[in-house]
Structures are given as C-alpha cells and as structure tokens.
Design a protein. Structure first.
Length: 191
C-alpha cells in the first residue's frame, strides 16, 4: 500500500512539473525509467526477507486426551528394544514382553493395570474394534487358547507390541492377515 501511495504522489508531482514546463518529456521518460528500476529493486529486496510464520502452538492436552498421548508416547519410545520373556523393563530384565510393554505404557499415564495379558483383558472395559482410540489395548489369540498377546493401539489401524523372542518392540497393522485373523478383542482403561 505504501508503495502505491508513493507511486501516485510521484505521478502527481511529475504532472505538475511537466505542465509548468520545468522538465522536458525526455527527462520525464528518464525519471519514469529510474522509478521503475527503483521499484523493482525494492520488490527484490522485499522478496529476500524471510516471511515470518506464526508458530501454531499445540493445544495443551488435558484429562483423557493427555493420558492417551502419554500411553502412546511411552509405548512408541520403546520401539526397537528387545523382547524379553516376562520382561517389565526393570534392571533385572533385558527388555519387555507384550504385557510388560502395555503395563509400562499405562504407568507413564499414572494408570496401574495387571501384568498378564489375560488379566489385562479380563479387567478392561471391553469395546468394539471400531470404537478403538489411541491408547486402548488390543488383544490377540495367537495360540488358539484365548488371549495371550496384547499391544497398545496408536491409531490408523496400527499398534505397538513386543512380538516375541528374538524380535524387538515394533508397530504392526491390526488389519493385516496375521493380526487381523488373530484379533480377540479390545479393551479400555481410560475413562
């Protein structure tokens, strides 16, 4: 806007100068060319300046949402750690088993849940798969004997789990053939 006002003012001054006979048309042309060069230089200089973007602050999560994020973040932080039978991540253990992982993740949100996957399932509020939210637990029957595996649902059909001996904690797709066919149910502890 300021550039426009400057240009208009300049044109008015030039009209006055020409009509008064103070300057010739050739000199006017040279002045106009010079003004164009100056405008281009100003625009180039303005283009070099970085545009300040307002940083959007993430809204601070509270209540249920905060607990869910703590659970998911705690589970995700363990990705790559070794599976250890019966492991809870204590100094005596070299890693986590599936229920030790979920217990650890829930402790990060201040929620105590049982150690074994069967007990975690039994004490959870059972929900439908379509009702899953981040931080809920997903249970599997991998041996044909009922619940024997558990993971933390992280959204988008994915969950974090400790798959077994010789493997590391990882994410998996709940809807892929192996896990989809062994899905037993879902549970919620967050109210």
């Amino acid at each position: 806007m300021r550039l426009f006002k400057t240009a208009v003012t300049g044109v008015l001054v030039l009209v006055f100068i020409i009509s008064s006979g103070i300057i010739s048309r050739a000199e006017l042309y040279n002045l106009e060319v010079q003004q164009e060069i100056e405008k281009e230089a100003q625009l180039k200089e303005a283009a070099k300046k970085p545009v300040k973007k307002k940083e959007k602050k993430k809204p601070k999560l509270t209540g249920e949402a905060a607990k869910r994020e703590k659970i998911v973040n705690a589970a995700m932080a363990l990705i790559g750690q070794d599976y250890w039978p019966g492991g809870t991540g204590s100094e005596e253990d070299y890693g986590y088993d599936c229920s030790g992982l979920t217990q650890h993740a829930y402790m990060a949100a201040g929620i105590a849940i049982p150690k074994k996957s069967t007990e975690q399932y039994r004490k959870a509020n059972i929900i439908l798969q379509r009702e899953l939210k981040r931080g809920d637990l997903v249970f599997f029957n991998t041996r044909g004997t009922g619940v024997n595996h558990v993971g933390v649902y992280i959204g988008g059909g994915m969950f974090v789990h400790a798959p077994g001996i010789g493997k590391q904690i990882q994410t998996a797709d709940l809807n892929k053939n192996y896990w989809g066919s062994r899905f037993f149910g879902a549970g919620r502890y967050i109210k």
